[in-house]
Write a protein that binds this ligand. Structure first.
Ligand code: FA5
Length: 333
């Protein structure tokens, strides 16, 4: 039995010498010393020996066990040291490589223009105002000097709700909401979605975006309005932009104008504007003999078309990512 133990020890030491990796080392150790290991198998037969031989067998088994454990530890240390020495070669990271980039989103071109216009007006000291998309008839029409039997109602094709509310056809009802809030003087812009029951074509959408401006104070004149409108267009299209005012009819302003801008040799109709009609001031709870004001409204979508030379307004709501991906400037969120 003593020889068997010595043989097992030598065999295990040789196997450890030849072990290719840490797993092989663990396999040798458990094959010899584990509960079902070969040394345990030998020791289980110790009871069959004469008593005076048993102590020597036990001692030798311990010696063999320690020798194998010591050799295994040394092999494992050697593997670990080799792995650490290789680390610089096998597991290095190039910190200068560009990272894997997730495709970032960007703002819709309409939203980009809305933000730009918003910034310009905030810079001129205007506040932002807003109102609901589902509007009542009074705010959308009556209070704007467009009574039910007035032909001006036909100027805007309207989506009517079953309860006689409407999807707002323009941002002008926000004028009334601001006036009724009761704080004077007023200097606000509202930028938002509007809806018209249009037969759509390249320049007409059923859902588009308008900017509404309202300034109410004492002794406000067309000159103030002209200054603000011209400043806006100069900021958007450049300092040497040429504009003109033409008389136009909107029931909620008097006098009313269209402002045109000269663009590539032609006059483009851009902004509806005028001095707020006394009836509208009254509907908003403002005394027209004391206060006056100007209001203006224009479409954002057609401005964006102009800027990028787009030929069809329906691209904006079309949801085609190939179209939208062309407008990735101004992506900072
Ligand atoms: C109005 O909506 C007035 N509320 C504007 C206004 C405000 C005038 C304050 C005076 C004082 P109008 O219906 O013209 O006006 O529309 C204004 C702008 O909205 C147009 O110049 C155009 O740029 C845009 N627009 C109108 N209909 C459509 C449409 N179907 N699709 C895209 N843009 C449109």
């Amino acid at each position: 039995m003593l020889d068997t133990i010595r043989d097992l020890e030598q065999e295990a030491l040789a196997a450890l010498d030849g072990a290719a990796d840490a797993d092989a080392v663990h396999a040798v150790v458990s094959g010899l010393l584990g509960k079902k290991g070969r040394l345990q198998g030998v020791l289980r037969q110790i009871g069959t020996l004469p008593k005076d031989e048993r102590a020597e067998v036990g001692r030798l088994a311990n010696v063999a066990k320690r020798a194998v454990e010591e050799a295994a530890r040394k092999r494992l240390d050697a593997f670990q040291a080799a792995r650490e020495a290789d680390l610089g070669e096998t597991e290095w990271v190039d910190a200068t490589l560009p990272g894997a980039c997730r495709g970032g989103g960007s703002f819709h071109p309409i939203s980009q223009m809305c933000r730009e216009v918003e910034d310009i007006f905030l810079g001129m000291g205007f506040d932002l105002a807003d109102g609901p998309w589902v509007e009542d008839e009074w705010h959308n029409f009556d209070a704007l000097n467009i009574p039910a039997d007035h032909p001006a109602r036909d100027l805007q094709d309207t989506f009517w709700m079953e309860d006689s509310n409407v999807l707002r056809t323009h941002t002008s009802p926000v004028q009334l909401r601001v006036m009724k809030a009761g704080r004077l003087p007023i200097r606000v812009v509202c930028i938002g979605r509007v809806f018209r029951n249009e037969a759509t074509d390249a320049t007409h959408e059923h859902t588009f975006h308008q900017v509404e401006g309202l300034l109410v104070d004492r002794e406000v004149s067309v000159a103030h309005m002209l200054y603000v409108m011209r400043s806006l267009l100069q900021e958007l299209f450049g300092k040497d932009i040429e504009v003109r005012l033409r008389p136009a009819y909107f029931p909620f302003v008097e006098p009313g104008f269209e402002m045109d801008m000269r663009w590539r040799g032609a006059w483009l109709e851009l902004v509806g504007c005028g001095l707020v009609h006394p009836n509208v001031l009254r509907a908003g709870g403002i005394e027209p003999d004391v206060y006056s004001g100007f209001a203006f409204g224009f479409g954002i979508d057609r401005l964006v078309m102009l800027r990028y030379g787009l030929d069809d307004i329906r691209h904006f709501m079309g949801g085609d990512l190939r179209f939208l991906r062309q407008f990735t400037r101004g992506v900072e969120l």
